[in-house]
Design a protein around this ligand. Structure first.
Ligand code: GLY
Length: 399
């Protein structure tokens, strides 16, 4: 059989290996964030042998820092109609995904369903929000306009000067650290081999086909399929031609973690305001994010970043000034050229992309896991991801 015509589902039983070597996995996944782990779990459930490699600790990069907002509606922007469809599809998958993780691991990822508020602190912001609301409802999204009195009834600690708000009843949140922990456990229990602190130097391509990876210490791992799910680091993995490297760059985000009284929380909804968002966790943590910075892989917590977040949050929720800061963290979103994920087959047979999720990695984790596992297992392309292939960039360049 020609290498190019091998199905993604080819298993090790059909591949030769040198004597005394450990069996090579069917699939190697580069990146142990929520997307890589989710794909691994889904593939292991199908009986495939899967190894996940990560240069750092498992689930410790963007997935660990993420706010966990499942915001397909409130964040819908003009020009992102396909992404909104994908996000809405992912929102529908989330309850089942959370339940399945609970059953597999006994870890509750705390899918909170209070919804999201977007508030306008000034008349100018109110006009902008009204305009945006008209666009979003024009897409058929359910978003309710609230008067200042109505929004303060829902969140009594909001600043008195709020001029209006949008309520998004279907944009929820999950506790991201519980989610990564659950996915690690689910993958392990399903038989996935997890290898943290194992950096991949390059994808090995032989006779035009990806046949595995080479680690930074020079050892090779052969596999029938390589899945590139390395988030912001995806473009830096060598071995394929420049055109096959996904156009993904790091977009730095600084985040402050505050602590509320869990018994009497200052906030119960996810809250968006100009310059920040606030995500209240059930245990009292209040996630205040996030800067959006083009600074490569810079990891500095800066006075300017912290000041901007605190000032933006204080304008709408003044009582945060009483809260202790318990942590500050930095993450790097994998931003693609059009801010949408890159999902599906590459021009190199045997190499599949699951990267470029930018602000939506947590929201899109269930659909990424399902659709990429389906593709790798030889079950065809899920229509949900058909618009998100790498080929769209070439098509746009040619247009
Ligand atoms: N999705 C939240 C962020 O990117 O900051």
């Amino acid at each position: 059989m020609a290498a190019e015509s091998r199905p993604y589902s080819e298993t090790n039983a059909t591949r030769a290996r040198a004597p005394d070597q450990a069996p090579a996995p069917d699939v190697v996944i580069i990146g142990a964030g929520v997307c890589g782990l989710g794909i691994a779990w889904r593939l292991a459930q199908r009986g495939l042998a899967v190894t996940v490699l990560d240069q750092g600790a498992l689930g410790a990069a963007a997935s660990w820092v993420a706010g966990g907002m499942l915001a397909a509606c409130a964040e819908a922007e003009p020009g992102e109609e396909e992404l909104v469809r994908l996000g809405r599809h992912a929102q529908r998958l989330w309850p089942g995904f959370a339940t399945e993780l609970l059953e597999a691991t006994s870890i509750d990822v705390d899918l909170r369903t209070e919804g999201t508020l977007v508030v306008a602190p000034t008349a100018d912001e109110r006009a902008r929000l009204l305009h945006h609301h008209a666009f979003q409802t024009g897409l058929g999204l359910t978003l309710d306009w609230l008067t200042p009195a109505e929004v303060r009834r829902r969140e009594p600690h909001l600043a008195a000067g709020i001029t209006g708000a949008v309520f998004s009843p279907e944009d929820h949140q999950v506790a991201t650290r519980s989610l990564t922990t659950a996915l690690i456990r689910a993958a392990e229990r399903a038989g996935v081999t997890l290898r943290p602190h194992t950096a991949v130097a390059r994808i090995v391509v032989e006779n035009g086909r990806a046949t595995g990876v080479e680690l930074s210490d020079g050892t090779r791992i052969a596999a029938g399929t390589v899945v590139l799910a390395a988030g912001a680091w995806s473009r830096g993995i060598e071995g394929v031609a420049p055109a096959a490297r996904p156009p993904v760059r790091p977009i730095k985000g600084q985040v402050i973690v505050l602590k509320m009284d869990a018994a009497a929380p200052l906030l119960t909804h996810v809250l968006w305001a100009p310059g920040c968002y606030l995500v209240p966790r059930r245990d009292g943590h209040l996630i205040l994010g996030a800067t959006v910075e083009e600074k490569g892989f810079d990891t500095a917590i800066t006075a300017g970043g912290i000041f901007a977040l605190l000032e933006a949050a204080w304008r709408v929720l003044p009582a945060i000034e009483e809260l202790p800061i318990v942590d500050t963290v930095v993450g790097h979103r994998p931003g693609s050229r059009d801010d949408a994920p890159i999902l599906g087959a590459s021009e190199v047979p045997g190499l599949v992309y699951a990267t470029g999720h930018h602000r939506n990695g947590i929201l899109l984790a269930p659909v990424t896991a399902d659709a990429v596992a389906r593709l790798v297992a030889g079950e065809g392309t899920d229509p949900a991801i058909a618009a998100f292939g790498m080929e769209r960039f070439a098509a746009k360049a040619a247009a």
